[in-house]
Ligand binder design. Sequence first.
Ligand code: UFG
Length: 327
Amino acid sequence: MSNVLVTGGAGYIGSHACKALGLAGFTPVTFDNLVTGWRDAVKFGPFERGDLMDRSRLDEVFAEYKPVAVMHFAALSQVGESMSKPGIYWQNNVLGSLNLIEAAVAAHCTNFVFSSTCATYGDHDNVVLDEDSAQLPINAYGASKRAIEDMLRDFEAAHGLRHVIFRYFNVAGADPDGEVGEYHQPETHLIPLMLDAIDGKRDALTIFGTDYDTPDGTCIRDYVHVCDLVNAHVLGLKWLVDDRGSRVFNLGTGTGFSVREVVDHSQSVTNRQVPIKEGARRAGDCTKLVSGSSRAMSELGWQPERSTLQQMITDAWRWHQTGHYSR
Ligand code: UFG
C-alpha cells in the first residue's frame, strides 16, 4: 500500500484525513509534535512524533516510509492569536513548511497537498471569492499561508514539486462514526464554543462584533463539513498521482451564514438556548468569507454531502457529548 505522510495527523482535520486516506487504500503516516494534536486521535496508521523544525527527524521519516505524497496540515491556525503573536506564525508555519518542503524534495517525494485558507483573500466587500480573487490577507495567519503558497510555486519551478493547494473556508462537524472529532485546548472556534455554552461548560458565547456591514451586523462565514473537506483531499491526492499538475481549489459550499444564524441553527438542533453576550470585534476578522467552489466540483468531481449547517452542528453536537482526547 502507498504511504502518505500526514503532518498534523493528530489534529482535527488531519485525523479525519487519515481516516479518509485509510478508506481509500492509502496508509497515512502521521507526523505530529503533539503541541496542539492528540495521540488518541491517531488511529488509522503509524505515528511518528516530530517537529517540522527538526530537519533530521523529517529526513528519517521520509527514508523509513518513502511516501508517495505529503499532506501538510500541521500549522498554528488561530486568526486572533496570529494578530497578537505573529512571530510564532511566521516561525512555525512558514519556516516549518520550508523545512518540510526541502525534506520532501530531497527525498524525491514531489506530490504535495497543502492546507491553505480563505484567510489568504482578506476582506473583499461582499463578493463570492474564487481561486483567482486577489490574495490580500488582513491577519498574520493568512499572510503565513499565502507565503507558503508562494514557496510551493517556487519549488515547483526549481524542483518539480507538484502541489494541490486547498483554501478552506470554515471547517465544522465531526466523523459521523464518532472515531475522531474537533477538540482544541484552548478552544477558539465558534461552533464548539457555542456547544460548550449550551451545555454549561462555559457561561456564554461572546459574539465578536455586532456592527459589521452585514444584514444582522455579525460576520458571515461559509461552513464546510470536515468529512467533505478531507474527501476533497483524497481526490486532490489522486489528481497529483495521475499527473494532472499543480492546482488551487477553494473548499466551501458557496453559502454564507452569520454568527447569529449559526446560533439560531444550534438552538434548533440541540433544542436548547445558547447564552449570549455581545462583545467587541476580534482583531483580524474579515466581515464576510464565502467561497466560489465550482472549480473543485467541476475539475475534481468533489461533491459535498454533509455540509448543511444542520448536519454539521448535529455531528459536532454528537461528538461534543461523547468524544474527547487526553495527552
Ligand atoms: N466568533 C464569535 N465568538 C467566538 C468565536 C468566534 O463571534 O467565541 C466568530 C468570529 O468572530 C468569526 C466566526 O465566529 O466571525 C468564526 O470564527 P472561528 O474562530 O470559528 O473561525 P475563523 O473564521 O476565525 O477561522 C477559521 C479557521 C481558520 C480559517 C478561517 C477562515 O480557524 O483557520 O476560518 O475564515 F482560516
